[in-house]
Each structure stands twice: as C-alpha cells, then as structure tokens.
Design a protein around this ligand. Structure first.
Ligand code: ADP
Ligand code: MG
Ligand code: MG
Length: 547
C-alpha cells in the first residue's frame, strides 16, 4: 500500500504496511498475527528443544517432582520469541552490575548502618529480627569474612512514561535462574536460526547469556581461594524444590571434569592473548579463535570444567550433620565445607523450627565462605534499598561521583511509612505505589486498593507494625503482545517484562578477584498480574533481542 507523506517542504511516497505485512516482517512486535502454521511449528520445536536440553522444572502435578530428579519434569514456562529491548538500556543495566556488587560489599562492612537502618523493622518483623540477631552475634565476636563471594541479581523495569530504567530490587541471596535463563537465550537463538527465512530475525541480536558459567566460575575461584582441594561446596536447599534443575545446571558445571579439557582451555586462553596482539597489528581473520569459540559454544563444559565436589543439604540436615571445629572449620556429613551457597534460607518457611536457625548460626560462625554472609543478606533487604535511596547515603559507601550518579539514576521513589506526606498521597492514589515487606521469592507485595486498606489499618492500630514495610513508586512498563508457553500450551497475551542482570563478586582481603556483570534474566508476565516470580507461577522466562 502506498501513500504520499509530507516531509518538511517536500513530498515523498511511503509504503504503509498492513498489519499482516508487519506481522510477517517483524514477528516479535506482532507475535499474535504469526501465521498459524509457522506458530505451530515454532511451538513444537521449542517444546522439543527444551525437553532435550534441560530447560525444565518439576511438574506440580507429580508428587515426587520436587524431591527426585528425573521424575515429573515439564518444560519451564517461557516465551516463544525474545522480547525486543533497547540496547542502550541493556548496556546501562550491565554497567551497573559491578557498581552494585561493590556497593553491597561496602554496605556489608558497616555493621552499624545495617543494624540502625533495620532497628525499627526488627521490633515488628520476627524473621528480619532473627537475621539481625545472628548479625549482632557476629559483630560481638568481631567475626571477619576475609573471602567474600556475592552472586547477585539486580532487577529492573523500563518505565514507559519516563523511558527510565528503574531498579525493582537487588537480590543478594538465592539469585535464581542463572541456569535456565542461559538456556532460554539459547532456545531463542536456535529458533531464530532455524526459522531465519520466515522470521527474518538475526539470532546474533540476542546477547549471549553466560549467567550459569559465570556463577560456576566465581564459585570455583572462591573455592580455590579457600585452598583445600578436599573441601566441598555445600548448597543449602529446600527439602522440596521444583526449580532444582536450575540449581543442578550450576552444580553440574562445578562438578564436571572432562579429559583433555584443561589443555583445551589453556590453548583458548593463549589464543585470546594472541588475538590482542593480532588486533593491535591490524591483522584480521583469526579463524582458529573462531573455531574454539564454536567448539565452546557447542560444548560449554569444555571451558567450564572445575572438578569441585558439591553436596546438597537442607537446613535441617545441616543442623543434624554439621559441626564446628575449634579452628572454625565447618564439617557437614564428615566433609570440610569451603563454600556455603544458599538456595534456601531467604524465607521464614525455610526455618520451621529452632534447629534451622541453629544451622544458619553454625555456618555463619564458621570460616567457610558464605554466599551470602549474613551481612550480604541484610544488605539486600528492601529496607536497606530504601535507606540507600535517601539523600547523601550512597556517598557514605561509594567515592566515584559518576558511579553514584549512575546508581541514583536507576532508583525509583522509595519511602518508609513514617513519611506522613507520602502516606497521605498513597491513601489518595494507591495505584501509583507498591507496598513491600522484608520478604523474598515473590507473592508478598501489596498493590492497589489493598495498599490503602493496609495503611489505614496500620494507622488505626497505632502500632509500630508499619516498620515492617517500605513504599515504592509503582513502575509501569510498556505492555507488549507476546506468546507464553506453559504446560505445552501456547497463550497469546499482553505482557510486561522485568530485566535482571547477574553480578558476581569475589574478594580476598584487599584484592578484588572478580567483579563482573554476568548474563541476564528476562521475565515476562501477563500485564494484569502484579507479581513477577517465575517459580511463584506469575511469570515466564524470556530473552532479549537488542535493537
Ligand atoms: P521479591 O524479592 O519477592 O522478588 P520484588 O521487589 O522483586 O520482590 O517484587 C516482586 C514482583 O513485584 C516484581 O518481580 C515485580 O513484578 C513486581 N514489582 C515489585 N516492585 C514493583 C514496582 N515498584 N512497580 C511495579 N511492579 C513491581
Ligand atoms: Mg528478591
Ligand atoms: Mg524480585
């Protein structure tokens, strides 16, 4: 279809595209108008790919699927195609990762800041209070964590009206989906390659997602710093975990050992070194490097070989099997523990009795590396996020003014509930705010009219219970059409998305050994849903297509 358009003084002829034409040309922008036959082929191939490549979770309808691997698996929920995302905002989020890593480390060292900021919350929130109790004990004995390992994920939404990338939260404990998010990027790349002719999309525009190998690498480096080849990595898990395959991907990379791969890895590192020389001499075509790159892409285990022993235990098991030697060594089930990596322990339900709290304290007292330590854990609470957003607080922890400005630019409005003016506004326009308790794992926030009701209840009760929450500006991302896959069925929905950027941080005393951005997690949820957790059943895994 052609039409004449006025452009400045001159007229040009422009093609107007019908919906169908656009649908064919840009299937990501208009996935709902994908040709039915193509859609069915994509759906089928995506399901086969995810089953064969381990993009799976435990199936809720099978009772043992949360405890026995290999029983009752279903593909993880995902979007059929990646989401178009502006490259500039993606880069901005990536740049923030090392700054947030450093910020968490600095905040974690200021025990008084953590205790003071959370002192009111402590009175009314029993869970946070227990965490603070352990933290106080560590302050009393002047416990030093010389080797500090952080595996974080900072989550953002792109606010439509202001076009600003705003932080939702920073996770310092149990940052989930490094394994499955890496796979979703691969799935989308593979579909785009396979249907290149018909989709007309370039798979190279989906950034490579190295979240799982980066996390494995950081864990392995930390394990090396601990410096006992017989010591193990202890993964603290829930007794039932339907997201176990995400964790197993990481464990597998840590554990696996392949013959010759060490030599292969060394050759690759050499080639990378030479490449710098080649480039500086304007020498093109380093085909050998390309060869290795492709080999590593097909067989990631070649470069991800760490040969570290991993054991999985619940807090209850750790209580029963754990002991602390007089020199601080942590022994669990007869094995010395180098690293305690928490994929549980972030929620009150992980501590059904005093035994589990005992296990947490025991581990904290030990000389094992904790990922996270109690102070890293507390640094990731919503209350601390809100305190850091107050004027002049970032300046206490960061020196570089540019870094401070970058961090501040991604802060949304955050307030405590003792801010009278804000509370008044919230009561009159609750839909513009989110109320958050100090909880993790999704499904805990309060939205819409419930915010007003809760605030009014708290006001009438006149207790200090308000200190359990913070208030946050509600972010409204652009609503885009998408195709979600769940239980083998596709759904055409309007959705919003949240971008998480993983960060790994490792230091030994004064030496920072790792401070990297490592891969991403895109989560997409039906636009009418408030919450965003994949494991909690609200969102699906996605990847990004940079434009
Ligand atoms: P959790 O630690 O439980 O994941 P979050 O702060 O990430 O807590 O909130 C859970 C979900 O709620 C997010 O994934 C997001 O979908 C939604 N959410 C949180 N904060 C906001 C906000 N300020 N604006 C809009 N949605 C939000
Ligand atoms: Mg969280
Ligand atoms: Mg979250």
């Amino acid at each position: 279809t052609l039409r004449v358009v006025k452009c400045g003084g001159s007229s040009t002829v422009e093609e107007i595209k019908t919906q169908e034409e656009i649908g064919v040309k840009n299937p990501m922008a208009h996935p709902h108008s994908l040709d039915q036959e193509l859609l069915e082929q994509l759906v089928y191939d995506a399901l086969v790919w995810s089953s064969l490549r381990g993009l799976v979770v435990g199936d809720r309808s099978v009772q043992r699927s949360g405890t026995v691997p290999g029983v009752g698996m279903v593909h993880a929920p995902f979007t059929l195609l990646p989401l178009s995302f502006p490259e500039s905002h993606y880069r901005q989020a990536c740049e923030l990762a090392p700054i947030f890593n450093e910020l968490v480390d600095r905040v974690s060292l200021d025990g008084n800041f953590l205790q003071d900021s959370l002192s009111r919350t402590k009175k009314v929130d029993p869970f946070t209070s227990r965490l603070l109790e352990i933290h106080s004990k560590m302050l009393e004995i002047d416990k030093k964590e010389e080797i500090r390992l952080g595996l974080h994920r900072s989550d953002y939404m792109l606010d439509e009206q202001t076009n600003m990338l705003l932080q939702i939260e920073l996770n310092t404990i149990s940052s989930s989906f490094p394994g499955l998010s890496s796979l979703v990027s691969e799935l989308h790349r593979s579909l785009l390659d396979q249907y290149r002719e018909r989709l007309k999309l370039d798979s190279e525009k989906i950034p490579r997602n190295s979240a799982v190998s980066c996390f494995a690498e950081a864990l392995a480096k930390a394990w090396t710093q601990y410096d006992n080849p017989r010591a193990v990595v202890l993964i603290v898990v829930q007794s039932e975990e339907r997201n176990m395959y995400d964790q197993h991907w990481l464990c597998t990379l840590l554990k696996e050992r392949y013959p010759f791969c060490h030599a292969y890895k060394l050759i690759y590192i050499r080639i990378q070194q030479y490449r710098k020389v080649f480039i500086s001499k304007q020498c093109k075509s380093v085909s050998l490097e390309k060869h290795f790159f492709n080999v590593f892409r097909c067989f990631p285990q070649l470069i991800n070989t760490h040969n570290v022993t991993v054991v999985r235990k619940t807090l209850t098991e750790i209580d029963a099997q754990g002991e602390l030697l007089p020199d601080g060594t942590l022994i669990v089930g007869g094995k010395e523990v180098a690293i305690v990596y928490f994929r549980a322990g972030y929620s009150p339900t992980d501590y059904p009795s005093e035994l589990e709290w005992g296990a947490r304290l025991l581990m904290e007292q030990s000389s094992a590396i904790k990922c996270p330590s109690i102070s890293y854990h507390l640094a990731g609470t919503k209350k601390i996020q809100q305190e850091l957003a107050k004027p002049n607080v970032l300046e206490r922890f960061l020196e570089n003014e540019e870094d401070i400005a970058k961090v501040r630019r991604c802060f949304a409005g955050l307030w405590s509930l003792d801010d009278v003016e804000v509370v008044k506004d919230v009561i009159s326009r609750p839909e513009l705010y989110v109320m958050k308790p100090q909880r993790e794992g999704g499904g805990n926030n309060i939205y819409g009219d419930d915010v007003r009701k809760t605030l009014q209840r708290l006001q009438s009760e006149g207790t200090e219970e308000d200190a359990a929450f913070i208030l946050m500006q509600r972010i409204f991302p652009t609503i885009t059409p998408t195709i979600l896959m769940r239980d083998g069925i596709f759904y055409k929905e309007d959705a919003v998305s949240e971008l998480g950027i993983y960060g790994a941080y490792l230091r030994n005393k004064e030496k920072v050994l790792v401070n990297d951005q490592c891969g991403y997690l895109m989560r997409t949820k039906v636009s009418s849903s408030n919450e965003g957790g994949v494991a909690a059943g609200f969102a699906v895994l996605d990847s990004i297509y940079l434009d």
